[in-house]
Ligand binder design. Structure first.
Ligand code: NAP
Length: 372
């Protein structure tokens, strides 16, 4: 394959690995990312840094974008923001004949708009979102779903082959994004499925890690169960794929479903649970963090099984003003078997005079037991 001048915008979790494969194959790489430091490893390997998306586009024959949200896609393609002034976007600065490939998971309607604006300037634009996660990006084994002009697709297909193992053209502009949304509906509901399966096993007294291994090989097997459940069970919530990005995808999928008049109750459930996860402050964690919701509820169920005296003993060791948030912390610690450390810390608190004296709490507990 001849050397191609490739522009790459968005060198985060996915983009940095993908851009690295293109560089390793001998192509010339021009890069831009909102936070320059995240492009540093690529620059060390020979990529050329530019200060705006437009500068990248002007230097490239093919421009690939892998940013975060539809708003980010809009900014790098059209400009007109504080960070990318009008005239400095990809569409304005690309030379005639350039092929633009947006690999971000974004809105099909935005993909259609980009394709139309590109065509008006003698450019071709494809939407080509991916599946396969950070692992797929690192191993160049992504599944790539493309929409847009067929000739342009044929031109970039050899480059996409450096990033993925399955590359499919599904139809006109937006078709790749629509396929990716279908993928995300399955992914999100599948996450709920394996979280509930493992919580169910744990509540029944089984070792969830053993259950994960066994059922991965059967009919319940899935990418998430194989790759993400072990991270969740080990308490590793580093992204991978961030909760905020999945919520973005589910919101777009919900809008598209509403536009076509289809009801997706499973999607609604997954979105509600992930919204809860984001409200707990987990938006930048990996999607496997969802399992924590089930651990906490398991812990809350354990609290319900305590007698008032046992509960109060526990509470007295923790904090005098136990609000709901604190209850959940106890629940999580109970579920994770972290009681010893918890009680030791709390004893230190009591000694420091920060907690209500144990005797006071126990008197309350006895009164409560007498009443019941
Ligand atoms: P990420 O780590 O946040 O990477 C996105 C990168 O784009 C970041 O480095 C970000 O800059 C940069 N960026 C965002 N907006 C920009 C802008 N306006 N101008 C320039 N740079 C901008 O996210 P990711 O996990 O790689 O995901 C990227 C896309 O792929 C998302 O749409 C996601 O839904 C999709 N996706 C992700 C996975 C996965 O497993 N991670 C799998 C399939 C698809 P900063 O460094 O400043 O934040």
């Amino acid at each position: 394959m001849p050397v191609v001048r490739i522009g790459f915008i968005g060198t985060g979790i996915m983009g940095r690995s993908m851009a690295g494969h293109l560089l390793a194959a001998g192509h010339t790489l021009h890069v831009f990312n909102r936070t320059r430091a995240k492009a540093a490893p690529l620059i060390e390997q020979g990529a050329v840094w530019h200060d705006t998306p437009g500068d990248v586009a002007a230097a490239s024959e093919i421009v690939i974008t892998m940013v975060g949200l539809p708003g980010d896609v809009e900014e790098v393609y059209f400009g007109g923001t504080a960070a990318v002034p009008a005239g400095q976007g990809i569409i304005d600065r690309s030379r005639r004949g350039t092929v633009l490939v947006d690999m971000t998971t974004s809105s099909p309607m935005l993909a259609e708009r980009i394709a139309a604006a590109a065509a008006a300037r003698g450019l071709a634009a494809l939407d080509a979102p991916v599946s396969g996660g950070d692992v797929g990006a690192r191993n160049a084994s992504l599944v790539i779903m493309a929409g847009g002009d067929r000739e342009a697709f044929a031109r970039v297909q050899p480059l996409l082959g450096l990033l993925g193992k399955s590359i499919t053209h599904l139809g006109p502009a937006g078709a790749g994004q629509r396929c990716k949304l279908a993928n995300q509906v399955a992914v999100a509901i599948g996450m709920v499925a394996w979280c509930e399966a493992l919580a169910h096993a744990q509540a029944g007294g089984l070792d969830p890690a053993a259950v994960q291994q066994v059922i991965s090989g059967g009919a319940a097997g899935s990418w998430g169960l194989t790759n993400l459940a072990p991270r969740a069970l080990a308490g590793d919530v580093a992204p991978g794929f961030m909760v905020k990005h999945l919520l973005k995808d589910l919101a777009i999928a919900r809008e598209c479903a509403a536009a076509t008049g289809i009801d997706l109750p499973g999607l609604a459930t997954a979105e509600r649970l992930y919204t809860l996860a984001a409200e707990k402050g987990w938006a930048n964690d990996g999607t496997q963090v969802l399992y924590r919701l089930y651990q906490a509820s398991e812990g809350l169920a354990a609290i319900d099984r305590l007698s008032p005296r046992e509960y109060c003993e526990l509470m007295s060791m923790l904090h005098p003003s136990a609000d709901d948030g604190w209850d959940r912390q106890i629940a999580a610690d109970l579920a994770a078997g972290r009681l010893d450390g918890l009680i030791a810390n709390s004893k230190a608190e009591i000694e420091a005079g920060l907690a209500v004296p144990l005797e006071t709490i126990l008197e309350e507990a006895e009164r409560a037991e007498g009443r019941s």
